[in-house]
Write a protein that binds this ligand. Sequence first.
Ligand code: NIG
Ligand code: FE
Length: 407
Amino acid sequence: MTEIEVLPDAAVLIDGERITWVGPRREAGGLHSAFRIPRSALDVVEVTGVLLPGFVDCHTHAVFGAPRLDDHQRRALGMDYRAIAAAGGGILESVRDLRARPEAELIELTRGRIRTLLSHGSTTIEVKSGYGLTLETELKQLRVVRELAASEPVSLTATLLGAHEVPPEFRHRRAEYVRLLCDEMIPAVAQAGLAGACDVFCEPGVFSVTEARAILTAAQRCGLGVKLHADELQGSGGAELAAELRALSADHLTGISDAGIRALAASPTVAVLLPVTMIFLGSGRQAPARQLLEAGAALALASDFNPGSSPAVGLPLVMALAVSQLGLRHAEALNAVTVNGAAALGMAADRGQIAPGFRADLVLCDVSDWREVAYWVGGNPVTAVWTGGSACRLLPGPVSLGRHVPT
Ligand code: NIG
Ligand code: FE
């Protein structure tokens, strides 16, 4: 993860949606003859700055209604996660909101947010459901993702997170909710082709390792990839379960045990770290990134963009925090949001690199040194984005996060 190749004064040749050549600009002049491209068919775009692979944000909860401002204030005043939930906040507040909000409104709110993530360089974004917790409202969230994937110039991959929390109507019947997930929700979502993966919030007090294993093996039987919110606040064997199931990723990992680190390092599962979340929650802790790297685990970074624990819109901030809070080198941070972010979505052969055959998702940063992308804390160095070879129109000026009306 410390290896990256920097080409000063480079050129990239794109044909349709794919990169076909990359190399020194002085060699680019002869490309039209080498590739038999008529000069008139070449569209030349001159840029200055640093051109990077499009960033892959492999963990977001981008479909939601209102931001949770009361939670933010309660936390500042010292209330913890459980006390906030008991006061009517937490995930279930977003669930009440999303259930009541019309699909068309969710589409427009999410559109603004996705455009904002794109304008910060995220060209591939994983989006989880998990604020509906009924078959119909989980499908509603996943349809929002499908609609935006079809209408916005960004790659969106959807993950079913029906096991984000036990819904209030099942509070005293949790085994029934797990059965509903396994027998109805997962098969229905897989059949409709509305998600490529299934995730579980595996945490003491939310879903146990035993419940998570049942849900994720049901998902595998339906042909879905699996991911886990594992050991986010407290270690409970979530990372070990992810390795056992050969999950695409195990995410969060603040409370991962030494055995969990060894299990992930020996597995193909990517460890996804979300440094903004721990900072936004004011926890003062972070996942043991260096131990994971030294053990040989593959590490990715993501925003965890969500209304409760991480309203973070851009991966440049995540990279800067990964260097200062997790002890990553700049190269490790960049690989974590490109090559390894793609691996956490099972897409490493297709995107995350500027190399022949890869999808032409590119990000231009107006900086002189590539390391600056992981340096300017809270700034947005991104000035242009191409997805599938086409230039994107980025949001002008300040970001748009959607004006929401209360439900
Ligand atoms: O990744 N851990 C569970 N889910 C989110 C929080 C979502 C929320 O608070 O709305 C997370 O941090
Ligand atoms: Fe999350």
